[in-house]
Design a protein around this ligand. Structure first.
Ligand code: LLP
Length: 432
């Protein structure tokens, strides 16, 4: 289910015409559909219903407080990677006891804060980290729940910048070393070995890599459970979404049923994995980010200029790489559609921002409807790794975020006031 569709020729988010949001809030801005967030969370939650499980939303994909509250209200836990993210969970009314704390570089201060807030588990990525967690816990006279992130050395068949489960990657501890690591960690007095974790990568669009990794892990997990009394197995996140239309129909991909056939659905994922996981008798933790938030958000922008120069037609818009870096960073594909659809001739175009970098593009050489100055465009599937990766590059303010529920909408982040961009900066005394 997706909350974005054309009604007659106007793009709507649920019951709200997005053009009206553009008038009210000005561009650029992100729009999130609460119904889509809810639907995606529930589909996955229900698909896994046959086993004791916890869906921890990977909030690195979208950490807006209203997005977090939406998911917390549905019973989600959170996959966090910093004390900042834990503060956000608390601010949003989420439960730290349903949080798993991941990341290869946890500082002592972060560990202390998370321990005091009683997070469900620390997913440790190295032996020195286990020792540090033990030390901090001893100082606080607490027992820290830990699991170790296993690097199963399985290729995820995705972009190299988002592959995490091979021996070329910095993540986790190599599969062969894990039994020894658990044996040594079991001697650390202020640790409780609560689970075991893996995550092989992001935007994985087939079930096979997950299945291969889980199959490889099963004997190890069974052994660790017997030896150390584990409670859970986290199979990570990484479920991919549809970004590209399968047919050149002009309709965004994800409401195109031809494209939908090949989607990695929660049901397909569960059908292949549950028979493997069920016999373990462990709680299954999942850490999906993109699957829940990706197609629940779009970025709306305004065409400032159109110019034909050299060999190309450039559509210059008021959003830029600092608002959505995925095309520049991963060559990522985001569908680009007009808010008002009308018959237009097709022109091969580059849609670009105004930042002074040739990497500042949203698409290159793409056949698109002929856009003109003043049009509003939507970059689809921008709900995950969009606003969270934004920056102030070129001293551009962070942009508005709007949440829609049915006919209701609210700005859930205000456009950053210009002066806030340099609010923390000072002119050194000797320069005055
Ligand atoms: N668990 C761990 C340990 C992770 O490292 C990640 C993502 C997730 C869960 C959630 O993965 P997801 O379900 O969202 O695929 N910025 C990149 C993606 C980076 C993913 C980092 N780790 C992008 O825009 O494609």
């Amino acid at each position: 289910m997706h909350g974005f569709r054309y009604v007659r020729n106007k793009l709507y988010c649920e019951g709200v015409a997005i053009e009206s949001l553009a008038k009210k809030f000005g561009t650029p801005f992100y729009v999130y559909s609460q119904a889509t967030l809810t639907d995606h969370f529930q589909k996955l939650d229900q698909a896994m219903a046959r086993v004791d499980h916890l869906v921890c939303f990977a909030m690195k994909s979208n950490s807006n407080l209203s997005v977090l509250r939406t998911l917390a209200n549905l019973g989600a836990g959170f996959d966090i990677v910093s004390d900042g993210e834990l503060h956000r969970v608390i601010e949003a009314g989420g439960d730290p006891r349903r949080c798993v704390f991941a990341g290869a570089g946890k500082t002592a201060a972060e560990i202390e804060f998370a321990l005091k807030k009683n997070v469900y588990c620390f997913n440790a990525e190295s032996e020195p980290e286990l020792e540090r967690i033990n030390q901090v816990a001893a100082r606080l006279k607490k027992i820290a729940p830990v699991s170790v992130r296993v690097n199963p050395n399985v290729a995820a068949k995705t972009h190299s910048k988002i592959t995490t489960g091979t021996y070329e990657d910095k993540f986790g501890i190599a599969f062969e070393q894990i039994e020894g690591v658990y044996a040594r960690a079991s001697k650390l007095k202020n640790l409780r070995l609560r689970g075991v974790q893996m995550h092989i990568g992001s935007q994985i669009t087939e079930t096979t890599p997950f299945e291969t990794a889980v199959k490889k892990m099963l004997p190890l997990v069974t052994k660790l459970k017997a030896r150390h009394g584990l409670e859970f197995f986290s199979i990570g996140g990484g479920l991919g979404i549809v970004y590209k239309p399968a047919l050149a129909s002009g309709s965004p991909a994800w409401w195109n049923s031809a494209a939908a056939k090949d989607i990695l659905t929660p049901d397909k994922y569960a059908a292949r994995l549950l028979p493997l996981l069920q016999p373990l008798g462990l709680k299954i933790v999942m850490e999906p980010g993109r699957f829940i938030s990706g197609n629940a958000g779009i970025l709306v922008t305004h065409v400032e200029y159109v110019k034909r120069t050299g060999r190309k037609n450039f559509v210059i818009v008021d959003a830029a790489m600092n608002d959505l870096i995925r095309p520049a960073f991963y060559d990522a594909y985001h569908e680009i559609v007009p808010l008002v659809d009308k018959h237009r001739e097709v022109v091969t175009s580059d849609v670009v921002g105004g930042v002074c970098e040739s990497g500042d593009f949203f698409c290159k050489d793409r056949p698109l409807p002929k856009f003109i100055e003043g049009d509003h465009l939507a970059l689809m599937s921008a709900g995950a790794y969009g606003s969270v990766m934004a920056s102030n590059y070129n001293s551009r303010p962070l942009i508005t975020e709007v949440l829609v529920q049915g006919n209701k909408f609210a700005a859930v982040r205000e456009r950053q006031p210009m002066k806030e961009i340099w609010a923390g900066e000072k002119i050194a005394a000797w320069l005055k």
